[in-house]
Design a protein around this ligand. Structure first.
Ligand SMILES: Cc1cc2nc3c(=O)[nH]c(=O)nc-3n(C[C@H](O)[C@H](O)[C@H](O)COP(=O)(O)OP(=O)(O)OC[C@H]3O[C@@H](n4cnc5c(N)ncnc54)[C@H](O)[C@@H]3O)c2cc1C
Length: 439
């Protein structure tokens, strides 16, 4: 999307009036609510970011009250009766990413447990947890996605890596007990919203040894004995979403809250879940790229050097054009991947089966790389002022750098996509049954 000088917006993919209105509305919220909070959080001490009254909670509550979460939920989870299309979701995700990568991440990890319950939860879990969660407008619920462990960062995401056939000892181990599982161990210090989440979508392993087939996935109530939290991590970027460890000491996970038990479906579920997270974060990354491009453009129009606004210098013009081209390319592919992920899912169920890992990973890799390239060039356009703590591009650059690691490093995602191509590419289709048979 671009903004013309008369205030109108250009987005060649959006023709629907309702989508245009949504984009204008979310953009206003991003300008007035999300960005100011993100800037404030970015410079706060880690523990202050999660203290009562923190802008973090204000933003999360506002987004809830605006019902934005429903846009990405299926109807049975409280989403619109008529499921919205990928373009509508893409608009929301891009505008949130434009406002803040960290707060967009917090918005998304909050919904991961809800989406998973909608797909795999019992009626009881839906009525007792999912519905109150979706209806809540006070911030009483907040989710996180606890997948990585101190010794399992990339390992947690490299499903197709033969070198990772021996996954090493799990650091969150599930032991069978009557009526459920006991969880003992910990997750990594990078769990987004981990320090404040009320519930976690948790991946654990049944027994310390084994691979994805021994994994289980469930929703853990974090307000119970045996749960501990590490300090808020003091990171380079994405500082507006607090990250931290979660510790488990014989934490009871009842069978009713286990959405995917150990077994051959677990790796397939994980693969599909990663398709969803990849195609979603790709659309958020487009927002980061566009934010950086727009900052550079505005700056180049006003900064005078060599007797003219720097936008009149050829090198800056070419840089600005290249940034625009990258944003447009990133958006086109991110939207296509989101649509493809959704279109292949039975009943538009986001984590069930049928999405193509190679396309979802490609969307994530391409958009993150382009977002970083755009942020890098945008900072160069700013000169020294771009390095100053008070300039927005300085924050965008740090956030864009984190994107190259968040949700999987580019290298590891590319290797995973490459292995899928080498092993399975026949006619550009993805056969989930065949994939499952390999595990
Ligand atoms: C902003 C942010 C938010 C995050 N949010 C969450 C979250 O919500 N929940 C959560 O659980 N985790 C989260 N993470 C963790 C994230 O998923 C991991 O950081 C990521 O998967 C990489 O793992 P690692 O940092 O342990 O790096 P490592 O896996 O240790 O990788 C180190 C280096 O080795 C390379 N490498 C590793 N393995 C291989 C391999 N098999 N082949 C080739 N190269 C390899 C990598 O590319 C990298 O360059 C977040 C991280 C960040 C930065």
């Amino acid at each position: 999307m671009g903004t013309n000088r008369d205030g109108s917006h250009l987005d060649i993919g959006v023709t629907d009036e309702a989508d245009r209105a949504l984009r204008a509305e979310v953009h206003r919220v991003a300008v007035e609510v999300i960005r100011p909070a993100a800037r404030a959080l970015d410079s706060m001490a880690p523990r202050d970011r999660i203290a009562p009254g923190s802008p973090f909670f204000e933003v999360m509550t506002t987004l809830r009250q605006l019902d934005y979460h429903r846009i990405v939920l299926p109807p049975e989870a409280g989403g619109p009766a008529e499921p919205v299309g990928a373009i509508t979701q893409s608009i929301l995700l891009e505008e949130l990413g434009w406002g803040s990568l960290g707060l967009a991440t917090a918005f998304l990890v909050d919904l991961l447990p809800v989406i998973a319950i909608a797909d795999f939860g019992s009626d009881e879990l839906k009525s007792e947890l999912m519905t109150p969660w979706v209806d809540d407008t006070t911030g009483a619920f907040h989710g996180c996605w606890a997948i990585t462990e101190p010794d399992h960062g990339s390992d947690a995401l490299t499903l197709r890596d033969p070198a990772a056939a021996d996954y090493g000892r799990a650091q969150l181990v599930a032991t069978r007990t009557e009526g459920g599982w006991l969880l003992t161990g910990q997750k990594s210090a990078w769990v987004s919203s981990g320090p404040i989440a009320t519930h976690a979508a948790v991946h654990a392993r049944a027994g310390a040894d084994g691979g994805p087939i021994d994994g289980l996935f469930g929703i853990v109530d974090l307000d119970q004995p045996g749960v501990g939290r590490g300090p808020v991590a003091d990171m380079l970027g994405v500082r507006d979403d607090p990250q931290g460890e979660i510790f488990f000491s014989e934490v009871f996970l009842p069978d009713a809250a286990v959405l995917v038990p150990p077994g051959s479906f677990h790796p397939m579920f994980l693969d599909q879940l990663l398709c969803l997270t990849s195609s979603v974060i790709a659309n958020v990354a487009v927002g980061v790229a566009r934010a950086a491009f727009e900052e550079a453009l505005a700056f180049a129009r006003s900064r005078v050097q060599g007797g003219a606004p720097i936008a009149r210098h050829k090198n800056i013009q070419l840089t600005l054009y290249a940034m625009f081209e990258r944003v447009e390319t990133a958006r086109a592919y991110a939207r296509a991947a989101l649509g493809f992920t959704r279109a292949n899912l039975p009943g538009a169920s986001p984590t069930a089966s049928g999405a193509s890992p190679r396309h979802a990973r490609a969307a994530q890799i391409l958009t993150k790389r382009l977002a970083f390239d755009v942020a890098h060039d945008a900072l160069q356009v700013h000169g020294a002022i771009g390095l100053h703590r008070d300039s927005l591009i300085e924050k965008l650059f740090r956030d864009a750098r984190c994107l190259l690691i968040e949700d999987g490093t580019l290298e590891v995602l590319a290797l995973d996509a490459a292995r899928d191509l080498i092993d399975n590419y026949e006619s550009d289709t993805y056969d989930a049954e065949e994939m499952m048979a390999k595990w």
